[in-house]
Design a binder for this molecule. Structure first.
Ligand SMILES: N[C@@H](CCC(=O)N[C@@H](CS)C(=O)NCC(=O)O)C(=O)O
Length: 196
């Protein structure tokens, strides 16, 4: 299988989750401005949505959207999903919150020529969304004592906080450091040449 990614983008969540799951994968970098991959392929022809992540499975089927890709990884690797009768739904609930509330609250920072006032508004919203998670964090990971595929997604968004002036509360700073210390996370960061 192959993951189309951009350096430091939300596709890093899928790279980390794949590493945690021990699922072998090839990686192809996408230049999101030029819409060309590192092999010179036209990215729009691969995924007409034009953004990352995209996964192409060994049989040729394509999956897009972090919620779907991370759910697929969790299905392959049950250790990365919560247990119990509501486990799947707790996972979807967390992935949806991270995608549609936390991830989206960082959107402004990636728009060129955005004003400082707009950035300040975005910081306030991102802080509000993250504060909810800080308050609900009762254990080492988002959904309890073990890592699930929701954690790499939140972690990657948190890597965008400091560079954009979003201050993480102490519980989230501790969570961030805990995630960073995981060998799969460190390896994924190194693969993309990132220091966070
Ligand atoms: N709805 C998508 C959004 C993915 C997304 O926001 N990707 C960003 C990188 S984190 C991207 O590729 N942006 C470039 C663009 O939209 O042109 C998902 O959840 O997977």
């Amino acid at each position: 299988m192959k993951l189309y990614y951009a350096i430091g983008a939300c596709s890093l969540a899928d790279r980390i989750a794949l590493a945690e799951a021990g699922i072998p994968c090839d990686f192809e970098r996408v230049d999101l401005h030029a819409r060309i991959t590192e092999t010179g392929a036209d990215y729009a022809a691969i995924n007409p949505k034009g953004y990352v992540p995209t996964v192409v499975l060994d049989g040729g089927d394509m999956i897009t959207e972090n919620i779907a890709i991370l759910s697929w990884i969790a299905e392959q690797s049950p250790k990365l999903r919560p247990e119990g009768p509501l486990g799947w739904f707790r996972l979807l609930e967390a992935l949806a919150y991270i995608s549609t509330e936390v991830h989206k609250s960082f959107h402004t920072f990636f728009i060129p020529d955005v004003t400082e006032a707009e950035k300040e508004k975005a910081r306030a919203l991102a802080t509000l969304r993250l504060d909810y998670l800080a308050a609900s964090l009762k254990d080492d990971y988002l959904l309890g004592s073990k890592l699930t595929v929701a954690d790499p997604y939140l972690f990657v968004i948190m890597t965008w906080a400091k560079p954009n002036g979003v201050i993480l509360s102490p519980p989230l700073t501790a969570y961030f450091e805990r995630m960073k210390a995981r060998p799969a996370v460190a390896a994924a960061l190194a693969s993309e040449g990132l220091q966070v």
